[in-house]
Design a binder for this molecule. Structure first.
Ligand code: F6P
Length: 366
């Protein structure tokens, strides 16, 4: 038991998955059991499990051998907001606030506190449960790295490792055929994946949501490279990038999702537009998609996720309820969820990292 009376905790993972979720679950469970002698359960399918009171006991055996595994052993949903939840009443689907049912379920199972692992949507619900007096600690997850306050979210490094490898592979085939190769990466409305993978993967052009592009500038860059004997070019484009005089490309609308817009398609649009202007150059597009979210976490993410897992339990022990564990420089820190929610962290167009790219001749198409 902790000094503040906490004996039993619940862990849940919400939103889109990413590499490192299992490493957080393992580290939090091990710390809770080995250091504080707590009982630990994991809710199945995120908040849906909390509502249905569906959980599994997390023991040392249960979390053994999962640090390196992608996905989440607890499953995850990005559709279940218990403050605006779809239920069926008299055969009709209606939206309701069912958060009190979830709180009652916690009370029935004697769950004293929750570790909530997720991005903005999942942590918003975490904040809302905290406002209702539930003892919540948040853990920042997303490949997009767009959560405010924390320096890095776990999952991001694994995604840029995959994207960088893809760029390395595109380089060799681009060079053989003198082609223009476009790689479309994820990231929603933030360009972190494109920017960092683009620098690491020696891209010639990086297009991000924060810097709308002018296609003529991209053509200029390709022509300049040809003038110095480089007859191929590599472009990395974030799914949320858009031309100066245009809008983002929406791939689909997921109607029952609290955040329904799914971006995607800008890579193929750009390939078409460039081929029209360049005429004699062949342009090809590769969409990396969910490969960025699947598979094993990188070494960096395993360590960061483990630190977050341990840190989240320490925050519970310190009674810092309603806070999220985060990374500040080289140290674990914490921030109140009220100061995290809804504050999308974007690339600064003239910040140090974007200027680093500019200094080595990378074009942002601006
Ligand atoms: O937020 C993570 C992310 O992978 C984004 O980069 C992407 O836009 C979105 O989720 C895709 O969502 P889904 O898995 O629902 O297609």
């Amino acid at each position: 038991m902790m000094n503040n009376g906490i004996k039993k905790i619940g862990i849940l993972t919400g939103g889109g998955d990413c590499p490192g979720l299992n490493a957080v679950i393992r580290a939090a469970t091990r710390t809770a059991i080995l250091k504080y002698d707590l009982e630990v359960i994991g809710y199945i399918f995120g908040y849906r499990g909390l509502y249905n009171n569906e959980f599994t006991n997390l023991t040392l055996k249960e979390v053994s051998g999962i640090e390196h595994r992608g996905g989440t052993i607890l499953y995850s949903s990005n559709k279940d907001n218990l403050f605006d939840y779809t239920v069926e009443e008299d055969g009709v689907k209606v939206k309701k606030d069912v958060s009190d049912i979830a709180i009652e379920n916690m009370r029935k199972e004697n769950v004293d506190a929750l570790i909530i692992i997720g991005g903005d949507g999942t942590l918003t619900s975490g904040r809302d449960f905290a406002r209702k007096g539930v003892k919540v600690i948040g853990v920042p997850k997303t490949i997009d790295n767009d959560l405010a306050v924390t320096d890095v979210t776990f999952g991001f490094n694994s995604a840029i490792v995959v994207a960088t490898d893809a760029l390395d592979r595109l380089h060799t085939t681009a060079e053989s055929h003198h082609r223009i190769m476009i790689l479309e990466v994820m990231g929603r409305n933030a360009g972190w994946i494109a920017l960092e993978a683009g620098i690491a993967g020696s891209a010639d052009v990086i297009l991000i949501p924060e810097i709308p592009y002018d296609i003529n500038k991209i053509v200029e860059k390709i022509r300049y490279r040809e003038s110095i004997g480089k007859l191929f070019s590599i472009i990395v484009v974030a799914e949320g990038a858009k031309p100066k005089d245009g809008d983002v490309v929406v791939q689909k609308i997921v109607a029952d999702s609290p955040d329904p817009i799914r971006l995607g398609g800008i890579g193929n649009k750009l390939a078409y537009d460039l081929e029209t202007l360049l005429v004699e150059n062949e342009v090809r597009c590769t969409v990396l998609g969910h490969l960025q979210r699947g598979g094993s976490p990188s070494t960096y993410d395993r360590i960061l996720a483990t630190r977050y897992g341990v840190g989240s339990i320490e925050l519970l022990n310190e009674s810092r309820f309603g806070n999220m564990i985060c990374l500040k420089g080289t140290h674990m820190s914490f921030v109140h969820l009220e100061n995290v929610i809804g504050r999308n962290k974007q690339v600064e167009p003239n910040g140090e990292i974007a200027n680093t790219a500019r200094s080595i001749g990378i074009s942002f198409g601006d």
